[in-house]
Design a protein around this ligand. Structure first.
Ligand code: ATP
Ligand code: MG
Length: 282
């Protein structure tokens, strides 16, 4: 069995919302994540798929410790990190980083790329050995951008390039686990494929583990080693990618798979060639 970098056991999240006092004065409880357990294999990718509202982002926020679970436990490299504080929480924050969906809204338009990428270092009080400026240059090159563009602003980049900046920022603190929440969903299919290639290359070079969340099964198929299928806050099926895609057991997974459009690779190649000819590819 592959060793896990992270394991979630019986994790639930209940959101309590207050009524506005006029029409409904009480509180409502909504279970967004309902008793989920999963493992992230070290150096590999757990894909989480499911329709909108199924609890994927809530799960991501719990794993990244942006919110606390109502129930359940989280372990990172064998240590209980359900309620870390002080030094343990700081260590967790540099080990686990998140890349969000919309590259532009998650990058401050008034900050230079250098400032954006080095923000997690400043936040954690980390001074890189080679100096901040040199590290930012290294990171830009690593994600396939021009190191001389460090003084530019997000608005001067395409969507795919902006997402590469988001990835460089996540890598600044040398994390072991990166959570990608719909990180390529806002991008064109051909740009998506390039960013996924980059993520796969970074995984091979740096030994990163990923939690890769998407509502699009075709995208998850390109990157995940194991897959968890979520519906209404629960994981209805999980296992190796080939088993899930080849022999889905659950009706909901079968429905999701049936909805995946069959892409003719020849047409897609032709489309990429046309875009490239127009200079539209990043
Ligand atoms: N802070 C919150 N307070 C109350 N309800 C919330 C909160 N955050 C999320 N929810 C609810 O929890 C459910 C799951 O939301 P979540 O964002 O995790 O879904 P998702 O699978 O990521 O969906 P999408 O594919 O649209 O991103 C939704 O019904 C959402 O409205
Ligand atoms: Mg979401």
């Amino acid at each position: 069995m592959t060793e896990s970098i992270l394991s979630a056991k019986h994790v639930s999240k209940v959101f309590v919302t207050r009524g506005d006092g006029a029409v409904f004065a009480g509180t409502t409880r909504f279970t967004a994540v309902d008793d989920v357990s999963f493992e992230v294999p070290r150096g590999k990718t757990l894909g989480i798929v499911g329709e909108s509202g199924s609890g994927k982002s809530t799960t991501a926020r719990i794993v990244a410790k942006l919110i606390d679970p109502t129930e359940g436990t989280l372990e990172f490299e064998g240590d209980d990190v359900t309620k870390p504080s002080g030094r343990a929480l700081a260590a967790f924050r540099s080990n686990v980083q998140v890349v969000f969906q919309d590259p532009f809204s998650s990058l401050n338009p008034r900050h230079t790329v250098e400032k954006i990428i080095s923000a997690p270092l400043d936040y954690q009080g980390i001074t890189p050995k080679q100096g901040k400026r040199a590290l930012v240059r290294e990171l830009l090159e690593r994600v396939g951008l021009n190191a001389d563009h460090a003084q530019r602003y997000p608005g001067q980049f395409s969507g795919g390039q902006a997402q590469r900046i988001g990835i460089a920022r996540a890598l600044a603190v040398s994390p072991k686990l990166v959570i990608c929440d719909e990180a390529v969903s806002a991008l064109d299919v051909s740009v998506q494929a390039r960013v996924i290639n980059l993520l796969n290359e970074l995984q091979a070079e740096l030994g990163l583990s990923y939690v890769f969340i998407a509502h699009d099964l075709a995208v998850v198929r390109q990157i995940a080693d194991t897959v968890a299928v979520m519906s209404k806050g629960r994981i209805v099926e999980q296992g190796d990618r080939d088993a899930i895609f080849g022999h889905p057991q659950h009706e909901y997974t079968k429905t999701l798979l049936a909805a995946v459009p069959q892409i003719n690779p020849e047409w897609e190649l032709e489309r990429v060639r046309m875009l490239a000819a127009e200079g539209a590819v990043e």
